[in-house]
Design a protein around this ligand. Sequence first.
Ligand SMILES: [Zn+2]
Length: 488
Amino acid sequence: MSITGGTAVPSDVRAPVWAATAIVDGRPIDRVRFTADDAGRIATVERGVDPQADDRRLGTVVPGMGNAHSHAFHRLLRGRTHADGGDFWQWREAMYAAAASLDPEHYGRVARAVFGEMLVCGWTAVGEFHYVHHQADGTPYPTAHAMELAVAEAAAEIGIRLTLLDTAYLASGLGPAGGPATPLLAEQLAFGDGDATGWLDRWHGLRAALSASLDTTGLVTLGAALHSVRAVPVEAMRTILTGLPEDVPLHVHLSEQPQENLDTLAKTGRTPTGVLAALGALDPRISLVHATHLTDADITAIGRSGATVVMCPTTEADLGDGIGPARRLADTGARIAVGSDQNAVVDPLLELRGLEAGERLASGRRGRFSPAELLEAGTAGGYRSLGLGRHTLAVGDPLDLVEVSTSSLRTTGADPAQLALVATASDVERVIVGGRLVAEHGRLLATPQETTPEQLLAVALTELAGSRGADRPAPTQTADHPAQETQP
Ligand SMILES: [Zn+2]
């Protein structure tokens, strides 16, 4: 679309945006003009109008996409874990080694690179499921909240919205029926806070620290996460649910592996979904990540609660997890979102296509999710999961847009309403967050020096290589209870 013109409007100016076509509620609308208020929210929407002189002119746009589940540092493992096949446990050892290599400076550099990649690929918001809180031996860093602030500052610098899902991770496993939970392993000590009260105290302190340091950007939101039913004992979950404000988005890894359900049943007499239901945790503010292996009763309970289910199709395929019943969950009332999880793939469009592909492979039917439903999962579903409110390109919504080429090898001739099933991140041209242009053709514009995610990643990898790890504890070679160790 040559109609779109150049970028004469400075990237950091919240200029009106005119789109030749905007996909709104899954339908292409022609010649749409948006203006933003001082907070970067949509102030006006006009349809069927011509652009004005100082408008930023775009081609075909979709709402910015919300990545509801990420572990940024897992990106370090991309393309390095496939040689010997193996299983989750080999992957996990590599992941723990990567975690052990991080300190606040390195973590910030990695997060900058990964968030930058997300932004140029069309993710305009990310939920970072963050659990590498402390030094490798579990002691806090000298600067309070150093790791969390490093992640938050990385997002603010790159220009992506971040919901920092600070994660409670208190045990390595459920432990025997009637007995205590299994303590953290040596390589997990950096994740822990002792007990639920310790985690809550740190979370409230972090909220104060974030509001003091980042209150000008408007990009960072603090959320919370329970790592999983196996990593947070039931009574600790109860304490945390009581101590968290009700409006904070809450995420949890649910049921990624069948054995995990069996272990939870053996310990509690309930499935992981049943445990959360008994705690009163299933409600519209919770997001359930990897709703993969569910009973019929689980599906009914989740659907009735109005919870969000976060599917991570590229990761679930990579790790051989299985295919979750997304369509059935949606039919019973659950909201659907998607996430990049281990970031072996960073491509919102491939996550959406993977969601539908899994359904087709499992059911033998096409069109399990309509193109409009897929796009909703990738946009409004993700933002809702991350506590970012409505995201439908209506007045009051964030002016977050992704321009997708309709003239590439992949997309030429496609119905714009079906872009989610043909385009990839390679077709993302320009990205707008809060009315500002933050990425263009793979380059990051909000950073002090215009750069690319590849450059940021090269620096991060170079600095990490061989610089750390020798003095860190070696990963435990054999999981003492591997079935409980499923979620990364
Ligand atoms: Zn995860």
